[in-house]
Design a protein around this ligand. Structure first.
Ligand SMILES: Cc1cc2nc3c(=O)[nH]c(=O)nc-3n(C[C@H](O)[C@H](O)[C@H](O)COP(=O)(O)OP(=O)(O)OC[C@H]3O[C@@H](n4cnc5c(N)ncnc54)[C@H](O)[C@@H]3O)c2cc1C
Length: 413
C-alpha cells in the first residue's frame, strides 16, 4: 500500500529556496510538507564554506552552512514537517499530486499547491563537444567543491578551471589554498562570468591568471588527464588557428553553467528557451496555477539572499492559493527586449506589485533599463554576472494593463 500524505502546500527541495518557501507558507497558516532527497537541509549551501552569504537578509557576512542554519531555525519555528530522504520522482500534470520514494517505499502526496525548489544541475563535459579522450581527472566545479569541502579529498595537483562563473572562481581559490597548483581559469567570453568581487578575491589576490577569449579545444590522456590544449577565440567565439598551446594538467574543472532542475516538469510546462527554467508570473506561478517554481530551479540567481526572498514570496502565494484566496490570475506577458539575457518573471499581474530580475548580455558601464511606459532608469556598471532587480508598484502594473504586452529593454548610454 502506498502511504498517502495530505497537506495544503507541498514544497519539493530543501535548499535555501525551499526552506524559505516552506517557512513562509506555514507562517500564513497552511499545513506544509517539505520533501528533501538528502538526509539534511541546505542544498548547495552546505558545501559553500566560504563567506559571502546573507549580507542583505541577515546584514551579516555568513558562510553557506551558517546561512542554511538560520533558515533551518526559521523552518523549525514555523513547525514545518520535513520528509528527509524523500526523492520526488513524479508530478501529476493534472493536479497537485506528487509521488516520492522514501526509506519506507513510495509515498503519494496530495496537496492543494506545490512549490518546486529543486535547484540546478551543472553542465557536464558531454555538453561541450570537446574532442579528445575521456580520462579520469575531469570534474564539474560543484562536484569538485563537494569532494574538497565535504569529503576532504583533493581531486588533483595541477588544475585548469574552464569557465569563470562564480563556482569556478571560488574553486580556483579553494584548490590553491589546499596546495594544488592552479595554472589558470580559461573563459571563452571577453569578460569574466562571475562577480567582480570573486575575480578579485579568488584570482587576483592569489596571482591566478584569467585567460579571456580562451577555451579548451582538446583533452589529452588515457587513464588520467595529462593535459589540455587551450586555444584563443575571436569575437564570434570561433577558435583562431595557430593559437593552440598544450598545458600540462592532471585535473580539469568545468564551471560552464547551471541548468534549472525541472526535468520532471518539462513535459507539461512551457519553458523559457534562454534560461531553461519554466515561465512564471509575478506570483512565481506557472501556467498550472497550483504549481510555483522558485530558486535556481527557476533561473540561476546570483545571491542566495534573493533566492530566499523570492522563495518566501512564492510560499506565501502558494498558501493563499491552497486556502482558496487566489486563483490563476489574468496576466500581461513581459517580453525580453534588446540586450536582455535572463528574465523572470515572464508575466505580471496588473494591479499587483511585481519584482523583476534580469541579466544583461554583456557588460554596460552605463545603460538605461526601460519598460515602457512605466519604468525608465539609468543603471551604472551592469554586468551579466549580477542580476538587476526592478520593483514595479501596483500603480505601475495597473497602468500596463492597457498594453497587450510589455518589453524590458537595455540601451547603452
Ligand atoms: C559554489 C557556489 C558559490 C556560491 N556563492 C555564493 C555567495 O558567495 N553568496 C551568495 O549569496 N550566493 C552564493 N551562491 C548561490 C546560492 O548558494 C544559491 O543560489 C542557492 O543556495 C540556491 O538555492 P536553491 O534552493 O535554489 O537550490 P539548491 O541549494 O540546489 O537546493 C535544491 C534542493 O533540492 C533537492 N532536490 C533536488 N531534486 C529533488 C527531488 N527530486 N526530490 C527531493 N529533493 C530534491 C536537493 O537535494 C537540494 O537540497 C553560490 C552557489 C554556489 C554553487
Amino acid at each position: 500500500m502506498i502511504k498517502v500524505w495530505k497537506v495544503e502546500v507541498a514544497v519539493v527541495g530543501g535548499g535555501a529556496a525551499g526552506m524559505a518557501a516552506a517557512a513562509a507558507a506555514a507562517r500564513e497558516g497552511a499545513s506544509v510538507l517539505l520533501l528533501e532527497r538528502n538526509t539534511c537541509l541546505g542544498g548547495v549551501l552546505d558545501q559553500c564554506i566560504h563567506p559571502g552569504f546573507g549580507l542583505h537578509r541577515y546584514k551579516e557576512e555568513l558562510t553557506g552552512p551558517e546561512f542554511a542554519f538560520r533558515l533551518h531555525t526559521e523552518l523549525e519555528k514555523a513547525r514545518v514537517e520535513v520528509a528527509f530522504s524523500h526523492t520526488v520522482i513524479n508530478v501529476n500534470p493534472q493536479k497537485p499530486e506528487i509521488l516520492a520514494v522514501g526509506p519506507n517505499g513510495l509515498v503519494r502526496v496530495q496537496a492543494k499547491a506545490v512549490v518546486w525548489a529543486c535547484g540546478a544541475w551543472e553542465r557536464p563535459l558531454g555538453h561541450l563537444l570537446i574532442p579528445g579522450t575521456r580520462p579520469a581527472g575531469i570534474f564539474t566545479a560543484g562536484l569538485a567543491q563537494r569532494l574538497v569541502n565535504i569529503h576532504g579529498l583533493l581531486p588533483g595537483r595541477r588544475v585548469l578551471i574552464l569557465g569563470s562563473g562564480d563556482i569556478g572562481l571560488i574553486m580556483a581559490r579553494r584548490f590553491h589554498l589546499e596546495g594544488a597548483e592552479v595554472v589558470g581559469v580559461a573563459e571563452i567570453k571577453p569578460f569574466p562570468g562571475g562577480l567582480l568581487r570573486n575575480v578579485r578575491q579568488c584570482l587576483e589576490d592569489y596571482g591566478i591568471p584569467l585567460f579571456l577569449r580562451t577555451t579548451v579545444s582538446e583533452i589529452h590522456g588515457r587513464d588520467r588527464l595529462t593535459g589540455v590544449t587551450l586555444v584563443e577565440v575571436d569575437e564570434q567565439g570561433k577558435t583562431i588557428p595557430g593559437t593552440e598551446r598544450f598545458i600540462k594538467v592532471d585535473t580539469l574543472v568545468l564551471s560552464v553553467g547551471l541548468i534549472p532542475e525541472i526535468r520532471l516538469l518539462e513535459g507539461f510546462l512551457s519553458c523559457d528557451h534562454v534560461q531553461r527554467g519554466p515561465r512564471v508570473n509575478s506570483f512565481w506561478q506557472t501556467e498550472h496555477p497550483w504549481l510555483f517554481v522558485v530558486g535556481n530551479a527557476l533561473v540561476v540567481f546570483d545571491l542566495v539572499d534573493t533566492v530566499a526572498a523570492v522563495g518566501e514570496e512564492a510560499g506565501r502565494f502558494a498558501a493563499r492559493f491552497a486556502c482558496g484566496e487566489m486563483q490563476g490570475e489574468p496576466c500581461v506577458p513581459l517580453k525580453r527586449g534588446q540586450n536582455v539575457a535572463a528574465l523572470v518573471p515572464q508575466a505580471f499581474i496588473p494591479g499587483e506589485p511585481a519584482r523583476l530580475f534580469l541579466r544583461v548580455i554583456r557588460p554596460f558601464p552605463k545603460a538605461r533599463v526601460k519598460i515602457s511606459p512605466v519604468y525608465s532608469k539609468v543603471h551604472l556598471g551592469l554586468r551579466p554576472a549580477e542580476m538587476v532587480e526592478i520593483r514595479l508598484s501596483s500603480e505601475a502594473t495597473a497602468e500596463l494593463q492597457r498594453c497587450s504586452e510589455a518589453t524590458v529593454e537595455v540601451h547603452p548610454q
